[in-house]
Write a protein that binds this ligand. Structure first.
Ligand SMILES: [Zn+2]
Length: 469
């Protein structure tokens, strides 16, 4: 049994003092008691729950910063021109490259305060589209990267079959991503066989997008997947780009979210990544379904996707999580702050994303706890939807001990009363001032450092040198 003592800790949605947490071998908090247990390790700073990163393409960390250059005389750079750069980078990657880049991205995530990551993994095959001799070769690299760094992983192998609506044949650049249904189910089975679920590893599934899978595939596979991966999260990219919405209307006569809600039972197992372009009916439809929206504010800003209608969605108690997606930033504060600032700029108002109905009037604390709650739902199998009126996945008995100890010596936290800590950490520090990070009760980051960080960084530098120079 691990015992940790905190002078100040955010339990549920309330700051409390002088508490000892007991954590079992599965990394679950089994008791929270007043006072300091004589066996307990003291946590030197305010303690909050770790954040879940609901959307990562880890390999994209390797070309962050290479797509900020106008392409020739083309003044129309967009998501689609970014995607061409991404495809050129993907073509060069070996399994070993994927391991090194992913390991580095996960190291950065841990240091930033993410304790769990959902990896939306579509880079499955060799460059010519042939499967590796071991079809789960690339999945193994990602699992290995998570194990070596200590982050909790939710692996979401992605089904990607077509280049566009109407079952357009995948292009050569997409050959590394493509599966037909049977091969995809075999891939999931092979991962399940070699990697049973445990405290720091969960398996879910993802459909790349409505562009890349057909209605027939969704109809046939969803019931099979619900059996094969009981209660597991099911993710999909949806309504990220205006062009994608227009193409969906052309083909199905419906907007992407409208199409999903009308044709499938969308519930708390689903995570709708981006869901940027929404009508008011779609906003209410998602909120009522219990699905989580995966918002990736820094990536969406970087790609020029659009602004998620957060205030309208939050007013309806919609569930949401944050993802670092393309990894243009791996920074919890930046994601949450960007979400709020987009609302302030477009509304010309301050302090927008609070939850007045529930009395959560601190933007920072409201954003942090809601994103943490939605992230947990999007990353870990749940057999029932959590209640909507309490923060029941924060630090609580029965929850995993994913904890951050904030640095009390960071200037943003000097002399701050508890109820200002998260506002200060998010709005007044360039990134969360994280001192120590615990995943399932085990300390992974100590004083801002990871024991393997030098080697992981050197290996990452070697990979980039080969790929970019
Ligand atoms: Zn994505």
């Amino acid at each position: 049994m691990v015992k940790l003592y905190a002078e100040s800790i955010l339990i549920g949605s309330h700051w409390q003092q002088d508490k000892t947490l007991s954590i079992n071998a599965e990394g679950i908090i089994v008791s929270i008691e007043a006072g300091k247990d004589s066996q307990a390790v003291q946590l030197d700073g305010p303690v909050i729950a770790g954040m879940s990163n609901c959307h990562s393409h880890a390999f994209q960390r390797g070309f962050a910063g290479l797509s900020e250059y106008r392409s020739g005389h083309n003044a129309d750079d967009s998501f689609w021109s970014w995607r061409d750069i991404m495809y050129r980078f993907v073509a060069k990657l070996t399994p070993s490259d994927v391991l090194q880049i992913t390991r580095f991205a996960y190291l950065e995530m841990l240091k930033a305060g993410y304790t769990q990551v959902a990896e939306f993994h579509y880079l499955h095959h060799q460059a010519n589209g042939q499967s590796y001799g071991d079809p789960i070769e690339m999945s193994r690299q990602i699992i290995e990267a998570a194990q070596q760094t200590g982050i909790g992983l939710t692996l979401l192998p992605v089904l990607y079959t077509y280049a566009g609506f109407g079952q357009q044949k995948a292009a050569l650049q997409q050959a590394r991503f493509v599966h037909q249904d049977d091969a995809y189910l075999d891939l999931l089975s092979a991962i399940q066989k070699d990697y049973p679920q445990q405290k720091n590893f969960k398996l879910g599934n993802a459909f790349h997008s409505l562009r890349a899978v057909s209605q027939q595939q969704l109809t046939e596979l969803i019931p099979i997947l619900k059996k094969q991966l009981a209660d597991a999260p099911m993710h999909i990219h949806i309504a990220e780009q205006a062009q994608e919405v227009a193409d969906c209307i052309d083909f199905y006569g419906l907007r992407p979210v409208e199409f999903l809600l009308q044709n499938f039972e969308i519930n708390h197992h689903w995570c709708l990544i981006h869901a940027t372009h929404l009508t008011s009916d779609e906003i209410s439809g998602i909120a009522q379904s219990g699905a989580v929206v995966g918002i990736c504010p820094t990536t969406e800003a970087n790609l020029g996707d659009g602004v998620f209608p957060a205030a309208e969605f939050f007013e309806q108690q919609g569930r949401w999580a944050i993802g670092s997606d393309s990894h243009i930033a791996i920074n919890v504060s930046d994601e949450l702050r960007s979400l709020e600032y987009a609302q302030r700029l477009t509304r010309q108002k301050r302090v927008v994303l609070v939850d007045a109905k529930r009395g959560y009037l601190s933007v920072g604390q409201n954003l942090y706890l809601s994103a943490m709650q939605g992230g947990s739902l999007a990353c870990v199998p749940h057999n029932k939807a959590p209640s909507s009126n309490e923060i029941d996945m924060a630090i609580q008995v029965g929850q995993r001990a994913n904890l951050l100890v904030l640095d009390p010596n960071h200037p943003s936290l000097f002399s701050k009363q508890d109820h200002f800590i998260l506002d200060s950490a998010i709005f007044n520090a360039s990134q969360l001032p994280v001192k120590d990070v615990y995943v399932s009760g085990q300390r992974i980051i100590e004083d801002g450092q990871h024991p393997q960080q030098q080697k992981i960084t050197e290996d990452y530098a070697k990979v980039l040198k080969r790929l970019l120079v």
